[in-house]
Design a protein around this ligand. Structure first.
Ligand code: UDP
Ligand code: MG
Length: 325
């Protein structure tokens, strides 16, 4: 039995590009089904992210034209990440695999063949990775690369040059559903779930129509969200900085004492300098220690699953019947 595939596509004010790309997604499903790789019950699922233009009307029209099209409308604009999650969560009980992709035609739809092949070979997650960024402007390329490097430096593990074009199996989605955070950064969360994964390279094209909704400001916001929701390293950096300041302060104290003993200062200067140096170092270290605990509380409040089982062997069912698990 072939797997049922749901292609999950977030759409926000995409009335220009949707009529162009929607048939491409449908063709992909039909050709994959014809090749016997996926089930004919597969679907193209559009998630309207509170668009203010005719996007939802277009999705409704598409759904009326062909049973392979489905639509989902969010009550308001919640952002790309939440739109993708909404689609994935609604799809997970209806399918075996999902592929999330933007609706603007920038990501090569033909990479889906290789993704499905990788799934059939036993991978549960397949990341689409951009092989080149030639079509991006210099500015977009530089900021995007800076984005990945900065994330890695701050302790948020992400797959380099991977956006949100990826295949996820239903069983990984079931585990992902246990990650209950509100500040979503799927690129960081999916690797945390684990399971066997691989990458598929594709060339990124230009938008077929319409305009990007990811200006620099939104990219910075996404990076900040990614770092603060995945890692407490910035808090730890404060501790490191505090230790550094304390060391420098110590040198400052020695210097103040030496100058004071040499009689080259006004009265009271050395004691003031010593106090300022000492207190600022102590304060930063204390802040860092408090930060360490806040980081722990923060991670605990997420209530993430503490373990995820990917496979079992042996006679599990029997034990279950005996109530031994
Ligand atoms: N998108 C969304 N909600 C938003 C912003 C964007 O669902 O608030 C969708 C958008 O319709 C597109 C995808 O997210 O399918 C990526 O957006 P875009 O192409 O504008 O970003 P870029 O590719 O320029 O980074
Ligand atoms: Mg785009």
């Amino acid at each position: 039995m072939q797997p049922v595939l749901y292609i999950v596509i977030p759409c926000y004010n995409e009335q220009e590009v949707l009529p162009i790309t929607a048939p491409l997604f449908l063709d992909k499903i039909l050709s994959l089904a014809a090749a016997g790789k996926i089930n004919g019950e597969s679907r193209v699922l559009f998630v309207n992210d509170g668009s203010k233009d005719r996007t939802w009307e277009i999705i409704q029209e598409l759904a009326g034209q062909d049973p392979h099209y489905m639509g989902l409308c969010q009550s308001r604009n919640r952002g790309h990440q939440n739109a993708v999650l909404a689609g994935l969560m609604e799809a997970r009980d209806r399918c075996d695999i999902t592929i999330s992709i933007d609706c603007d035609g920038q990501d090569d739809i033909n990479a889906m063949d290789a993704m499905v092949d990788a799934y059939l070979d036993g991978c549960d997650v397949v990341y689409g990775v951009r092989s080149s960024r030639e079509t991006d402007s210099f500015f977009k390329r530089a900021t995007a690369q800076g984005f990945y490097k900065f994330l890695a430096a701050m302790g948020a593990e992400v797959v380099y040059n991977h956006a949100d074009y990826r295949l996820i199996s239903a069983r990984v989605l079931k585990e992902l559903a246990h990650f209950r955070e509100v500040n979503l950064f799927l690129r960081g969360l999916v690797p945390l779930v684990g399971f066997k994964s691989t990458t598929v390279a594709y060339a990124r094209a230009e938008r077929l129509a319409g305009e990007s909704h990811y200006p620099l400001s939104k990219m910075v916001a996404l990076a900040v969200d990614g770092i603060t929701s995945l890692s407490v390293r910035p808090l730890r950096l404060i501790t490191g900085f505090g230790v550094l300041v304390a060391l420098v302060s110590f040198i400052g104290v020695v210097w103040a004492l030496v100058t004071a003993l040499a009689g080259r200062t006004v009265a009271g200067w050395a004691s003031m300098t010593c106090i300022v140096c000492f207190v600022s170092g102590v304060q930063l270290i204390c802040l860092g220690i408090i930060g360490e605990y806040i980081g722990k509380i923060y991670m605990e409040t997420k209530q993430r699953p503490r373990y995820i089982v990917s496979e079992r062997c042996g006679r599990w069912d029997e034990n279950e019947k005996n109530g031994e698990i």
